[in-house]
Write a protein that binds this ligand. Structure first.
Ligand code: UT7
Length: 328
């Protein structure tokens, strides 16, 4: 049987500091009722402290991942890290994480696909397992969104939070693991959700700082419409292509951007509420972190052979869905 890339361990890391809706209501003109009914979010986590970048969360999650699986970080062949809030513009945060955890034999790089980052990284990592080239690939989804959020902008500051999840991929010959995927991009959507300055097109200057162009800019309603349609389309395609139905699908793992988007996608897939992984109320939108954090939280309820669809939409635009058969 062909080799597939099985997820053999999941771990996560969430900062201790909790930022509640009530606290946000003291900072901007909003309230718990609006945030809860429009997004489903009650609180989110924030990574505090000087010089604390995304790698702090990622290194902790990867250390825990290795401990859980009982392997040394030196056994990792490749580490892929999805983020839009890396420690630096360069080098890659993946390199920093390898250094911090002692993954001395791994090569590594970052993947920038915003909220679809974990899906893109999972699909990429699985190829190195399927070809037989690597035996242990770590896939990390991490974002410190608080580093690019304007806490005076009520349309974005209520949504995002910080967090990290990570999975280990290993070869499987029983048909378990990543089975199928569809990944898509539409770069013309970039103007609706992005960080205007700080890259090579618009390097940081006093002017860009004054104009607050280093924060997340989002046209919420526009993104909402695309997210519902595109996430649902690829998720339904994944089901049809693999003979999955509302009955034999065990779990939908949707990107946690908005509870209303999640429900609309689940409705198109005809998936019932009890099969939807959801933690948006506790952590908000952690961008690349949401999907592995969901798997981490629900891992005790997963069974070997479970049919799972992960689905996401994000800045770029990027979107995609992955069909995974749970391996343990
Ligand atoms: O993860 C990456 C992809 N991102 C997404 O998928 C996000 C997609 N978009 C969304 O989730 C939603 O569009 C938001 C949560 C961002 C906004 O919800 P909405 O239902 O689309 O609200 P809206 O932008 O249409 O605003 C409705 C009203 C406006 O007031 P008026 O113009 O009707 O008087 C806003 O000014 O709500 C107002 N508003 C707020 N009120 C209280 C906007 N933000 C807030 C707020 N508190 N935080």
């Amino acid at each position: 049987m062909a080799i597939t890339a099985a997820i053999t361990a999941v771990e996560g890391y969430l900062p201790d500091f909790v930022l509640s809706n009530e606290e946000l209501a003291k900072m901007v003109d909003t309230n718990d009722e609006w945030i809860t009914s429009r997004t489903g979010i009650k609180e989110r986590r924030i990574l505090k402290g000087k010089d604390q970048g995304a790698s702090v969360m990622a290194a902790e999650a990867v250390k825990r991942l290795c401990e859980k699986r009982g392997i040394s970080p030196e056994e990792i062949d490749l580490l892929l890290l999805a983020t839009v809030t890396g420690d630096y513009v360069f080098p890659a945060t993946a390199n920093v994480v390898c250094d911090k955890v002692g993954a001395k034999n791994a090569w590594s790089y970052d993947i920038n696909a915003a909220c679809s980052g974990f899906i893109f990284a999972l699909v990429t990592g699985s190829q190195f397992i399927q070809t037989g080239r690597h035996k242990k690939v770590v896939v990390v989804g991490v974002d410190k969104m608080s580093s690019i959020i304007n806490y005076a902008d009520r349309t974005t500051c209520i949504i995002f939070g910080d967090g990290c999840g990570a999975v280990l991929l290993e070869p499987n010959e029983d048909g378990l693991g990543v089975i199928d995927y569809v990944c898509k991009v539409d770069g013309s959507g970039r103007k609706h959700l992005y960080q205007k300055a700080g890259g090579s097109a618009k390097p940081p200057t006093a002017d860009t700082v004054e104009k607050q162009e280093h924060y997340v800019y989002q046209e919420g309603q526009h993104v909402f419409k695309f997210a519902v349609k595109e996430m649902a389309d690829v998720s339904v395609e994944m089901m049809k292509r693999n003979n999955l139905t509302k009955d034999n699908l065990a779990w939908l793992v949707p990107h946690q951007a908005n509870k209303r988007i999640i429900h609309a996608v689940a409705e198109r897939m005809e998936v019932s509420e009890d099969k939807i992984m959801m933690n948006i109320h506790k952590y908000g939108n952690t961008t690349a972190g949401t999907l592995p954090l969901c798997l981490w939280e629900y891992q005790d309820r997963l069974k070997k052979g479970d049919n799972i669809i992960l689905s996401a939409f994000g800045g770029g635009f990027t979107w995609g869905a992955v069909y995974v058969k749970w391996a343990y």
